[in-house]
Design a protein around this ligand. Sequence first.
Ligand code: DLL
Length: 433
Amino acid sequence: MIFNPEYESMDPAARRTLQFARLKNLVEKLYSDVAFYRKKMEAAGVTPRDIQRLEDIELLPFTTKDDLRETFPYGLLASPKSMIEEIHMSSGTTGIPVVDAYTHKDIEIWGESMARTLAGAGCTRDDTVQNCYGYGLFTGGPGAHYGARVLGANVLPMSSGNTARQLQVMQAFGSTCLTCTPSYALYMAEEAVEAGIDLRALPISKGCFGAEPWSENMRKEIESRFGMKAYDIYGLTEIIGPGVAFECETQNGLHVNEDLFFPEIIDPVTGKQVSAGEKGELVFTTLTKEGTPLIRYRTRDITYFMTAPCPCGRTTVRMHRLFGRTDDMLIIRGVNVFPSQIEQALFEIEGTEPQYLIVVDRGASHLDELELQVEVKQEFLSDETKGMEALRKKIEGVMKSKLQIAVRVKLVEPKTIERSIGKAKRVIDKRSI
Ligand code: DLL
C-alpha cells in the first residue's frame, strides 16, 4: 500500500518544482536566522539569490559531522527553543554527539515518513507492530512508534531487550510486524528455538529492520527463521531518525522520501556529484524541517541511486542498500574491506552461524592482520579436529577469493560471540591503540 500517493507517486517534474520551492525557502531562512549558515555561505561566496534552480544546490557548502560537534548542542537550532518538543541524540559510531531537535511539525513529518515506511512493508491499520527498537534518546523506538500511530496500526512499545518477554508478547498479542535491528531479530529467533517456540507458526509476517548494516543473505536468514518478509529501512538521527528511505514490496532498493529529504550522491574525495548509477557518499538536505534543518549533510554512508521506475508505483528515487560507511571501511594492507562483504560471504558457507566478529591488529611484523571469529553451528561441532580444520580452511579460502586479502579464521562455539539488542558491534580495530 502506498501511504501518501500524492507525494510518493508524484509526477517527477512537479516534485522537482516542489523541492526547489522548499530549498529556496530553507536557504533564505537559514541565511537570515542561523549565524552558522550565514558564515558558511559567506565563506563560500554564495547568497540565497544565487539559488535559482534545483541544480544550484551544488553551490551550497556541505555540513559535516565536525560542524555538528562544534555547534553542540544548540548551535544549529533554527527555531526558538520554546518551539522544541523533543530532542534525540546519538553518539554514533565515531563518538561525535549528534542532536536532532524536533518542533511539533517535525514530529508530524517524522510520523508521516515512518507511516510511509511501514506501509512500504505492507502494514495497514489492521497490523499489530511490535516495536523493539530502543526507546530513549535513540530515534529507532520513537520513530517507529510515531509511524505506527499515524498509520493507525496498533503499536506495542516494547523497546529492546528482555527477549523472553518479547516472545511471550509476540505470542499473546499475535504481533504481525516486527521492528528492531536485524541483529536483534536474529537473536530473538535463536531464543525462540531455545524456548521451543515455532516463530513460523505465529502471525508475525513482516519486519522493518535497519539502523545497522546487514546483507542480502542476512535478510534470507531472518525471513526463513520467522517465516516473514524482511524489509530494509534507513535513516539517521541528524536528518530525522528512521524514515528517510525504505523498501517497498519489491525489496529492491530503498525509496527516498525525497519531497522531505533531498538526496545527492557525491564523490567523497572531490565533493562533486557523481553520475547516476555511480557509487558515492550520500548527502541530504532536509527540505521541511524546522528545529535543526541541515543543508547538504554528509552522511558518510555509501550507496548509489537506482533510477529505473519501480513497479510499485512510487516515483521516488531508490537508493541501493548501503555498502558501508566511509568511516567503517577497513583498509587492510592497502585493500579496502567492508564488514558487509565479509557478512555476505559468510552466509554462503554451510556450517557457520550468522554471528561473527572482525578483529584487526598489527602483528609483530607491523603489518595489518585480520582475524575473523565465526560461530560454528551446533550440528557441525565435532571433536574431530579434521572436520573443524577443513571448515576453517574453507572459510579462509572463500574470504581470500572474495576480499583479495588473507584472513585468519578462528572458529568459536555457538553463542560465544556477544549478542546485541541494538546495533551489533562487528569490528574491533586494535590498530589505533
Ligand atoms: O540508526 C536511525 C534508524 C533507526 C534507522 C531505526 C533505521 C531504523 P543513528 O543512530 O543516527 O540513526 O545511525 C545512523 O546508521 O548513518 C547508517 O550508517 C546506519 N544505518 C541506518 N540504517 C541502516 C540500514 C539510526 N538500513 C547510521 N543499513 C546511518 C545500513 C544503516 N546502515
